[in-house]
Design a binder for this molecule. Sequence first.
Ligand code: CAA
Length: 387
Amino acid sequence: MSSINKNNVGIDVIAFSTSDYFLSLKTLAEHRDVDYRKYYEGIGQERMSIFPPNEDIVTIAIDAAQKVLSKIDNKNDIDLLIFATESSFDLSKSAGIYVHHFLGLKPSCRVFDMKQACYSATAALQMAKSFVESNSASKALVIGSDIVKYSPNTSGEPTQGGAAVAMLVSENPRLAYIEPFSGIYTTDIADFWRPAAATEAMFDGRLSAHNYLRSLGCALDNYLEQSSLNFEDINYTCFHAPFNKMAIKAVRQFFPERDIKDALIYNALIGNSCSASLYISLISLIDNCKRNLAGKRIGMYSYGSGSVAEYYSLVISDRYKNTLFSDSNKENLANRIEISFDEYEKLSTTAEIFNYTSKEGGKRLYRNIGSVFLAEIKDGYRIYAEA
Ligand code: CAA
């Protein structure tokens, strides 16, 4: 295997999956006695994906990855699978192994999970890029999958959500090249964390928002210095969007001339999806932008509380339109099922999810998003089945 040009590796195909169920933030506002415009305009969100007990970070990851595999000839070229998540349910076994199994990837494919809050999919992407650069016949599958849960009646509650993104990294990518420079900013801060036994995150919302912007400034400076580029060289911007207003504030502060609307359409309907969020924004931009993006540079801001920030850039390939799922992405988001507040409360109960053991119940009560669903949790071990 030979090493290859560092400007010639990137994302060949990208796809996402989220729950088939959502709660309207108008419904949440009504029950929390809040003016719904605070959610719609103040934080920039309209709906949040809510997950039934038959779906989790693995089932949506498999669904997203199966879409990616539908666009390639030979899955045996995949030598590396990295699963990035901060909502892992197992402190030992990698969630990626379940994905490897249901995708039917070869046994010699290396699999592991990565964690650094919402940042880890970007770390995984950069690692996969380096891997492909030194093994040019290889491809790597990067998955970012998270379900974001906050306690009821907290400021974070309207910013829940979840989704999985799968990206195939290869030489001569059909979608976008990853440029060889990036700006990093790491600092130790208590803005957001989840102790091992907890299912819901703990956070200091204001501090996290402050650090998101401060870290963007530092990572961006580092990026501009390393790349010798100027702000004008960046044509579009995508941001990690814990809630859309956060990204809108970032644009106003650092890129005042840029329009970010297309890059936030899907995020407003899904809610926060942590490691997947930045990449949902990228898909939203590509699916919804009416202009031709070929040759355009997209600035990408990744932020993971705790905290690591990275600013890097993609250059969209000439062939990008050949690999998209734009129509089905829009249809899937438009055809989801709206749940009532009572159902939201039931599905948000941790005990409800952990006591879930009924295979039949799972199939009967809730629609599966893809071909694999969570059938049972036995002795804490997750058992998946094909629908
Ligand atoms: N109509 C229109 N707008 C209204 C309104 C109304 N009736 N009422 C309030 N608003 C506006 C406010 O003016 C405010 O706007 P600005 O920010 O532009 O001033 C906005 O709505 C939000 O109001 P508050 O600041 O009072 O909201 P809050 O304190 O209830 O919640 C938050 C905000 C603290 C960020 C909360 O969303 C939160 O805690 N989120 C979880 C943490 C988070 O997402 N942090 C982001 C950075 S960390 C990260 O990125 C990692 C990650 O994914 C978690």
